[in-house]
Write a protein that binds this ligand. Structure first.
Ligand code: BG6
Length: 490
């Protein structure tokens, strides 16, 4: 009756993850339009501490400048690492590592350049067909995020982004078009990447410039509601075409722990954690959780909904829950009273004094991954997929041409150990795609030098370099992890 699981399941999906806007480049080929990601600049003259400002709050001025063909600014996500032209070589390297799965995303603007066209762009559809065929040739299963931080710029500037209900129809058209085309090539889909991150970056997530919305919380929740409905409608359409398809939701899960056992810290942690779990609650269960009414009321948010929304969501929950996990954070109800406590800039919490952190201040907590897996499984009893996990670091090419990224190996090893612990705890986790299997443009800072990959790309923050791919030390390490199905981690 009770069977202890001591190993990764035999068919565990090992692999890596990327996003189209961070790797593809080719923004001016194949009929592609501009997306919200193409507006982010990289400017080395800007003080380092301001590099993520645009990520958290995009301004009209910058959006306008990005649309000016004579702009002299550098927009790194338009160039990526040129996966568009190198996909065959890159996929061959993934295959060399033994990938079973490759998590990637589609650039919406390659298929509907402005987002509101009635007919898709054939060149864009054909590109992804070639990518899927290449993966198939190597026996790699694609897991595809339909929307990963790159809605068409036109939908943001002309329609006001996801706050406008019309965007639901455009998204569903996009979803249906690609699904009809790739139904025999892609089995696993994710409707929105890190859907909960609208709280950190409304521009990237829902195409909203804060200046337009004095009540930004209202805009964020309204945009999220429309994404919930859109996701449910996409699932409905896909299941009608192929009932076997597996669709997941995806959140950024930063495990939050109380800074102390003060009951106020504990209550605050529950509330903060719910700001993320709210999204999986809706998408995994198919309805808004009981705490929604208070959550909205306390933020003065009044959602505009349509009578059919509830039923659409209820009838179309996701099949699996996927998430990114990079760090954890402590939460204090009264951070102003803490002597010597350091604010955690990423999570808005407080740094946990027990944990080390990366060069970018992300606190490293492998055991937190086990807790996260257990929490999510206890809550939903649905299969879990770790869609992102990894260490952003500066890598050095030694004189002998080698890249000895032992720090990355350590990070990944410790996290994988904890996945195994969670499997032993009884959690159903069916795959792991570490973030940035190949170096690419950072989402939050637009740097190239914040590297996550097993494969080094010879390119600097301003896009200069040969783009040559070099295997890092972690490449062979991960190859061995996959070959031994997670048994050999040293
Ligand atoms: C996740 C995103 O939040 O974190 C990725 O889904 C992103 O797109 C990754 O690249 C790492 O973040 P960053 O800012 O270091 O690239």
């Amino acid at each position: 009756m009770f069977q202890l699981k001591n190993k990764f399941p035999e068919n565990f999906l090992w692999g890596g993850a990327t996003a189209a806007n961070q790797i593809e480049g080719g923004s001016d080929v194949g009929g592609k339009g501009l997306s919200v990601a193409d507006v982010y600049i990289f400017d080395p003259k800007m003080p380092k501490e301001n590099w993520t400002d645009q990520w958290h709050m995009m301004t009209h001025k910058q959006v306008e400048e990005a649309q000016n063909p004579n702009s002299t600014k550098y927009y790194p996500k338009r160039y990526g690492i040129d996966f568009y032209h190198n996909y065959k070589e890159d996929i061959a390297l993934f295959a060399d590592m033994g990938f079973k799965v490759y998590r990637m995303s589609l650039a919406w603007t390659r298929i509907f350049p402005n987002g509101d066209e009635l007919e898709p762009n054939e060149e864009g559809l054909a590109f992804y067909e070639r990518v899927f065929d290449e993966l198939n040739k190597h026996g790699i299963e694609p897991l595809v995020s339909l929307s990963h931080y790159e809605m068409p710029l036109h939908l943001a500037t002309e329609y006001g982004g996801w706050v406008n209900r019309k965007v639901i129809d455009f998204y569903v058209r996009f979803a249906t078009t690609v699904f009809k085309r790739y139904k025999d090539k892609v089995k696993y889909w994710v409707t929105f990447n890190e859907i909960n991150c609208v709280k950190h970056h409304p521009w990237t997530s829902i195409g909203v410039v804060e200046e337009n919305h004095p009540h930004i919380e209202q805009a964020k929740f309204q945009g999220a509601h429309h994404q919930f409905v859109a996701s449910a409608l996409a699932i409905k359409a896909w299941k009608e075409i192929n009932p076997e398809v597996k669709v997941g939701c995806m959140i950024s899960y930063q495990l939050l722990v109380p800074y102390s056992c003060d009951p106020d810290d504990i209550q605050k942690t529950v509330e903060k954690q719910r700001e993320s779990l709210f999204f999986t609650d809706v998408q995994a269960r198919g309805y808004y959780p009981a705490y929604t009414a208070r959550m909205l009321a306390e933020r003065n948010v009044v959602l505009e909904t349509q009578p059919e929304d509830e039923q659409i969501m209820r009838e179309n929950p996701v099949d699996f829950v996927s998430f990114s996990y990079y760090m954890s954070s402590a939460v204090s109800a009264h951070p102003e009273n803490l002597e010597g406590a350091v604010g955690n800039l990423i999570t808005g919490g407080v740094e946990n004094p027990y944990l080390p952190k990366s060069e970018w201040g992300w606190q490293i907590d492998p055991k937190g991954l086990r807790s996260a897996l257990n929490q999510l499984y206890d809550r939903y009893q649905k299969p879990l997929f770790i869609a992102e996990n990894g260490l952003g670091a500066v890598d050095v090419v030694e004189e002998d041409g080698k890249i000895n990224d032992d720090y990355r190996i350590d990070y990944l090893r410790e996290h994988i150990k904890q996945i195994k612990e969670a499997i032993k705890d009884g959690v159903d986790v069916f795959g792991y795609t570490s973030w940035g299997c190949i170096d690419m443009i950072s989402a939050s800072t637009s740097q190239m030098s914040k590297r996550y990959g097993y494969i080094y790309v010879d390119q600097d923050d301003m896009g200069r370099g040969t783009k040559r791919r070099i295997k890092k030390k972690s490449f062979d390490w991960y190859k061995n992890v996959i070959a031994s199905n997670g048994e050999q981690l040293d």
